[in-house]
Design a protein around this ligand. Structure first.
Ligand SMILES: [Zn+2]
Length: 159
C-alpha cells in the first residue's frame, strides 16, 4: 500500500507525474520541477509512513462516504492542495476503513481535519468550514506564504 501511486497532472506544464503516498520532501514535476499538489489517501496500514513520517506539514481529512458535509468539503480540500502545492501534503483518511486511526485520534464526528507537523498533530478542526475559514486556519498552522519577488504589488508606497 505504501508505495502505491496516483497520477497528478502538473498545473504548470501538463506533464503527468506519479504521486507516491509516502516520500520525503516535496512533490515536484519531473519535467519542469514546479511544485505539484500532493493529494493522496492513507489508512490504518500506512498512516505512519504517509502522514507521520512526512517532512511537509500534512493536512489530514478524515471523512466517510455517507457524510454529506464531508462530500461538500472534498472540492475545497482539493483546491487547497493545489493552492498550497509545495508547502502542504493533503491526505484523505476514510474513517470507516481506518478504525484504528479514528480511535487513536478520538474522532467523534466528521469531517475532522488534523494538521500534522513533524509527526505530531498540532491542530484540529471539527466540522465543515467554508474555504476562507479553512485557509485562515491553515495559514495559522503552517505560516503564511513567504514573501515572493512581487510582494510589493498592491502595497501602499510611503509618500
Ligand atoms: Zn511540470
Amino acid at each position: 500500500m505504501v508505495n502505491e501511486t496516483t497520477v497528478t497532472v502538473c498545473p504548470a506544464c501538463g506533464a503527468r507525474n506519479r504521486a507516491p503516498r509516502a516520500r520525503a520532501g516535496r512533490l515536484r514535476c519531473a519535467k519542469c520541477h514546479a511544485d505539484l499538489p500532493w493529494l493522496v489517501e492513507a489508512s490504518d496500514d500506512d498512516f505512519r509512513a504517509v502522514v507521520e513520517e512526512a517532512s511537509l506539514p500534512v493536512l489530514v481529512d478524515v471523512w466517510a462516504r455517507w457524510c454529506g458535509p464531508c462530500r461538500a468539503m472534498a472540492p475545497v480540500v482539493e483546491s487547497l492542495s493545489r493552492e498550497y502545492a509545495g508547502r502542504l501534503k493533503v491526505v484523505k483518511v476514510n474513517a470507516d476503513e481506518s478504525p484504528v486511526i479514528s480511535r487513536r485520534h478520538s474522532i467523534m464526528s466528521i469531517p475532522t481535519l488534523l494538521l500534522y507537523r513533524a509527526g505530531r498533530e498540532t491542530a484540529r478542526l471539527v466540522g465543515a468550514r467554508p474555504e476562507p475559514a479553512l485557509r485562515a486556519w491553515l495559514d495559522e498552522g503552517i505560516g503564511k506564504r513567504a514573501p515572493s519577488g512581487d510582494a510589493s504589488v498592491g502595497a501602499h508606497r510611503p509618500s
